[in-house]
Design a binder for this molecule. Structure first.
Ligand code: CA
Length: 227
């Protein structure tokens, strides 16, 4: 599958130049010119983000922090005109996968993009590519549930919620943690939003949704996943 890349850069000449070159290399490319635009564009779940730091509405590292705060391990390469060592450390400590100082050589950036994508592909942040959920299997790459030959589609947040719970079998996860880590602070869900998504997931996952065995309610606390 073609990897998709989000280029976050406000300087149009660099933005366009990168887009052209990356498309020529066969990537699917989206662009954003500000922190706000980047946060919106992330909804399309790019495989890699090239992130400039000096943006008109803030520091690009905010985008990185937002991703990591949600437990999102999408690959990020930080670009910056500030080539100081401290700056580099800040980017890497913030969870960047790599860092390229500006002005950069296009070839170097392309090589780093390739390397980071390869690492991400070899060791998917998702861990297991599939997770057993009762009689179904959660296909993490395809973001669907499979039961025999049947494919059950999951809404985006259904998938995120199930994945978060299924990666921690047997652990009771408090609703507040689900709000923070699955929904993130840029959206405005309530605990009812979680309950609603659990109900609709149960219809897809449980043999008897009224007597759930896999998505278990822990009274007054949250939910627990039992495989
Ligand atoms: Ca800039």
């Amino acid at each position: 599958m073609t990897a998709s890349i989000l280029v976050v850069e406000d300087e149009l000449s660099i933005q366009r130049g990168l887009q052209d070159q990356l498309e020529r290399e066969g990537y699917r490319v989206a662009v954003a010119g500000s922190v706000a635009q980047a946060l919106v564009a992330l909804a399309a779940r790019p495989d890699l983000v090239v992130l400039d730091r000096r943006l008109p509405d803030g520091d690009g590292l905010q985008v990185l922090q937002d991703l990591r705060a949600r437990g999102d391990r999408t690959a990020v390469i930080v670009l910056s005109a500030r080539g100081l060592p401290d700056d580099r450390v800040q980017g890497l400590e913030g969870g960047a996968d790599d860092y390229v100082g500006k002005p950069f050589h296009l070839r170097e950036l392309l090589a780093r993009i390739k390397a980071v994508l390869q690492r991400a592909g070899e060791a998917p942040a998702a861990g297991a590519a599939t997770i057993a959920v009762g009689e179904s299997v959660l296909d993490v790459g395809a973001r669907v549930l499979r039961r025999g030959n049947a494919v059950v589609e999951l809404a985006r947040m259904e998938f995120e919620l199930l994945l978060y719970l299924a990666r921690q079998p047997g652990r009771t996860v408090p609703r507040n943690e689900l709000l923070d880590r699955v929904w993130g602070h840029d959206r405005f869900p309530t605990t009812r939003t979680i309950d609603y998504h659990v109900l609709s997931l149960r219809k897809k996952v449980e043999r008897d949704p009224t007597a759930p065995r896999h998505l278990v309610t822990v009274h007054r606390v949250g939910y627990r996943f039992d495989p």
